[in-house]
Design a protein around this ligand. Structure first.
Ligand SMILES: Nc1ncnc2c1ncn2[C@@H]1O[C@H](COP(=O)(O)OP(=O)(O)OP(=O)(O)O)[C@@H](O)[C@H]1O
Length: 543
């Protein structure tokens, strides 16, 4: 898991932090025994030596503690950066399907979970240091008085028991708190994405604020109160136990054990020193609770920080299949979560798409066209049937298979950087030519492969999405109702000029369309209804 990889990568710095922490623990011990000696025996004579020894121990403590804190601060920053990189890579590697069907907020994970997991990892060396310190103190206290140490340990044992019981009780509450934060993040997204609708419709804004966001915030607040009250009470209890134990030790030390004053005083000072590490160990439950809840949350989202990321470089197994001739869907079916047989989004469907063909997918709303496109491009994995390319199933070749596709989804996202299929920025001259050809020459400029403007009309934004497809120039172009937002002139241009030009260049085209005026342009028109293919008409039959 991440902690292991982090420890491996930064072992030098971590070792230094641990050595410095141990030095700091030894210095604290040295200071403690020096103070105790002076307290018990008094000053031997007025001289500089005891003062110099005390100052030396203090300086050693300050230097080792300061240096270890400096290293830990650097490690903390590296860890946050590494977690961000790791999580981003895992989001990139995550299946579209998992992400599309999850209700969890990605941004929430990138912000909230990173902020919680980093302290969880960083608390580990500090915990180790405090446990070491507590053990050293316990060893010292054992040398002062074993019976008193027995009393102290009995008290501390009870604190530990309470802490462990509380940890179990709070675990599910930490998870609920994390989920409640996710709901708040989701409603925050409404505030930005639904801004126009809410500005126009004040009742909608009121509804979002009063019925959704307000209750979600209140629920997160209530859970936060529960969790923090539990933790706070535990901290108060443990500190009361430590001071209570000191009181009992003094009382029993004199009344029951009849110990000499010097022994009782030395023990009390040592026990008070011990209260620091004990308080730290108890308070670490907060970071551990929040951090582990975030780790569990990431697992629920489908992200596991264990293991390595897949990496995005095509691997050796993905042999190029440049001479493919046809893609086949055999009895393929797909259902979204919650859908039950026999009413499913798609299938069973069987379909063959030959290389270089121009296929239009048509049908009413909800007939399964977009789902078919997502299955064809392997973004959704069918629940039944199989997809093959020249008879070879996609398993193990999915990445290479996906690299054959470029296109514009119904809910496309526009990136400002224009890059080719290998990830390199396309030359400005080439982009400028496409911008002119797409009627955007006067609206958008390009600088080092970056478009100057994306805030355009829907139709214009779709043209920029098409420009990105030209830049990628892959073997199969798909369009999900691309022409729906184009003016009459450009729609005609798309069907009569742009699509045939792509076909002339040997590209395979799969276009979802409602424009029956242009169906004759296609080689084939495949009609869907209720998720099934009800017509598959070839060009000869179309004309
Ligand atoms: N993300 C989703 N989660 C759950 N169900 C979905 C999802 N997307 C689509 N569906 C369901 O799958 C069925 C097919 O939807 P699909 O988007 O493929 O239809 P379509 O033919 O592209 O429709 P349209 O012409 O309206 O874009 C519909 O019944 C729809 O409700």
């Amino acid at each position: 898991m991440i902690l292991k990889r982090f420890l491996r990568r930064h072992r030098g710095a971590l070792l230094a932090a641990v050595v410095l922490s141990a030095m700091s623990a030894v210095s604290t011990m040295g200071l403690l025994s020096h103070i105790n000696r002076l307290a018990a025996n008094g000053l031997p004579a007025l001289g500089a030596r005891p003062l110099a020894t005390g100052i030396a121990w203090l300086l050693a403590l300050l230097a080792s503690n300061g240096a270890s804190q400096f290293i830990l601060a650097r490690l903390g920053a590296s860890l946050v950066a590494q977690l961000r990189v790791d999580l981003s890579n895992r989001f990139i590697d995550l299946d579209y399907e998992t992400l599309a069907t999850t209700k969890h907020s990605i941004v929430g994970s990138l912000i909230e979970d990173v902020a919680s997991i980093a302290p969880l990892v960083l608390v580990a060396p500090l915990l180790a240091y405090n446990i070491l310190l507590a053990t050293l103190y316990a060893g010292y206290l054992a040398s002062v008085s074993l019976p008193l140490l027995g009393i102290l340990l009995a008290f501390l044992g009870s604190t530990l028991l309470v802490s462990l019981t509380l940890e179990r009780y709070l675990r599910t509450r930490f998870d609920r708190l994390r989920n409640a934060s996710d709901t708040v993040f989701e409603y925050f997204r409404y505030l930005s994405d639904g801004k126009k609708e809410m500005t126009l419709n004040a009742s909608r804004a009121t509804y979002v604020a009063d019925e959704l966001l307000g209750p979600a915030i209140q629920r997160a607040r209530a859970l936060s109160v529960q969790v923090n009250t539990g933790l706070g009470v535990n901290e108060a209890w443990s500190s009361a136990v430590v001071y209570g134990s000191v009181f009992v030790i003094v009382y029993l030390g004199y009344a029951l054990l009849a110990l000499p004053q010097a022994t009782v005083v030395s023990f009390v000072i040592g026990a008070l020193f011990l209260s620091g590490p004990v308080a730290f160990i108890v308070s670490a439950a907060r970071q551990v609770g929040v951090g582990t809840a975030s780790l569990r949350h990431l697992q629920r989202v489908g992200l596991d920080l264990a293991g390595e990321t897949a990496g995005r470089v095509p691997d050796a197994e993905t042999e190029p299949l440049d001479t493919w001739a046809c893609i086949r869907l055999d009895q393929v079916a797909y259902r979204y979560p919650g859908e039950t047989e026999p009413r499913v989004a798609l299938g069973p469907v069987s379909l063959e798409i030959r290389r270089g063909e121009m296929v239009f997918i048509v049908g009413g709303n909800g007939s399964g066209k977009s789902t078919l496109l997502l299955v064809l491009s392997s973004l959704l994995t069918p629940h039944a049937g199989r997809v093959t390319i020249d008879g070879v199933p996609l398993d193990g070749n999915v990445r290479r298979y996906r690299e054959r596709f470029t296109g514009v989804f119904g809910d496309f996202f526009l990136f400002p950087h224009v890059i080719d299929a290998t990830g390199r920025r396309v030359s400005d001259d080439r982009i400028a030519q496409w911008l002119t050809a797409l009627g955007l020459g006067t609206h958008v400029q390009v600088n080092h492969g970056e478009l100057s403007k994306l805030a355009l009309s829907t139709g214009q934004r779709k043209r920029l999405a098409l420009l990105q497809c030209y830049a990628e120039d892959r073997e199969i172009f798909f369009f999900d109702e691309w022409a729906a937002d184009q003016d009459t002139h450009f729609r005609d241009h798309f069907y009569r000029t742009l699509l045939p030009a792509l076909k002339t260049r040997g590209k395979t085209i799969i276009a979802i369309s409602h424009d029956d005026r242009y169906f004759h342009v296609a080689d084939r028109v495949v009609k869907l209804d209720g998720g099934k293919i009800v017509e598959d008409v070839r060009q000869a039959e179309l004309t």
